[in-house]
Design a protein around this ligand. Structure first.
Ligand code: 2P0
Length: 316
């Protein structure tokens, strides 16, 4: 038998940037995301009688991270056979989006389907969290929250009831990467910032405020809060007491300035950034083409793509 599931990636509007328990992947704050239609991972699992194996986009690749995660699932769900995981990633690294969210969500969904366990998304989100925190949010379409919780059981994600709205995300990929600091490492450093406890407090308020903006389809307010939350997160990296760093490059700053200029000209455009130099611009489906054209004119070498709100996990 084989089982297949598809999960879409998500972009955090209120970021997860720190762990209070690194083994259980319990975050220091609750986070909130938008699932994207364009970028997704489809994963098929089947039993084998040798060793957990990962075939990613047709290539047999290092499976250690997946093996560790499958062993966590064996502890949690009861042991099961070794698996062959065949994954097709439609999250081009060129999009500047992390694929770990969609990858661990699709894997968790496919494995539990293969075991004939019919688990609710909340339980799946808790399991996937152990592989990668952001994966917990990828089970749901549109907007999702991941509650920080106080233990394994209470740290799960769920969908937010939200009206349909024409929110869009323009992804601007810069051409040069600085030396990459992984999310896990970046968070550890950020937590040494003297501003970290105020970040936690501000984030709690932003988490509530953005939910009010979502309920009222106020995309401008969503963008405003998300931009502030993201820039506050990146400020922690700069003010870390141990190994301060930044994901910003010169091009990042150029894009941020263009977004700010567009906003002054009356275009709805707000920036957010994750563990890398690329900028994602929150806007409306109507205004996205104007932003794309403007970015291409000012910075012709940029790769720019537009995504809209996407669905939750599906099974074949
Ligand atoms: C987020 N990021 O909320 C934040 C914002 C990046 C910046 O979640 O250590 O791959 O595997 O739990 O989920 C990316 O980190 O980290 C991330 P781990 P993950 O989307």
């Amino acid at each position: 038998m084989t089982s297949t599931a598809t999960a879409h990636t998500n972009i955090a509007l209120i970021k997860y940037w720190g762990k209070k328990d690194a083994i259980l992947n319990l975050p220091t704050t609750s986070s909130l995301s938008l699932t994207l239609d364009k970028f997704y991972t489809t994963t098929t699992v089947s039993k084998n009688d040798s060793i957990d194996t990962l075939i990613l986009n047709g290539q047999n690749v290092d499976a250690r991270k997946i093996q560790n995660f499958l062993n966590i699932l064996r502890d949690e769900l009861g042991t099961f056979d070794q698996l062959t995981i065949t994954s097709e990633n439609h999250v081009p690294t060129s999009a500047g989006l992390a694929s770990s969210a969609s990858a661990f969500a699709a894997l968790t969904a496919a494995v539990t389907r293969e075991l004939a366990l019919d688990l609710p998304n909340e339980t799946l989100s808790r399991l996937a969290r152990r592989g990668s925190g952001s994966a917990s949010r990828s089970f749901y379409g549109h907007f999702a929250v991941w509650h920080e919780g106080i233990d394994d059981k209470s740290s799960f994600a769920e969908s937010i009831a939200a009206p349909d709205m024409p929110i869009a995300l323009v992804v601007a990929e810069v051409s040069s990467e600085t030396k990459k600091v992984s999310s896990t490492e970046g968070m550890q450093r950020a937590m040494t910032s003297p501003d970290y406890s105020s970040w936690i407090q501000n984030s709690a308020k932003q988490f509530l405020d953005i939910q009010n903006a979502i309920i009222t389809s106020d995309i401008e307010k969503i963008g405003y809060i998300a931009e502030k939350n993201a820039l506050d997160m990146h400020a922690l990296n700069l003010t870390a007491r141990q190994q301060p760093f930044t994901y910003f490059t010169q091009e990042t700053q150029q894009i941020l300035a263009i977004v700010s200029d567009l906003r002054h000209k009356g275009i709805l455009a707000f920036s957010t950034m994750d563990a890398g130099p690329n900028v994602k611009i929150i806007t409306t489906l109507n205004e996205a083409p104007t932003i794309v054209n403007h970015l291409k004119k000012e910075m012709p070498h940029l790769k720019v793509q537009t995504a809209a709100s996407g669905p939750g996990v599906t099974y074949d």
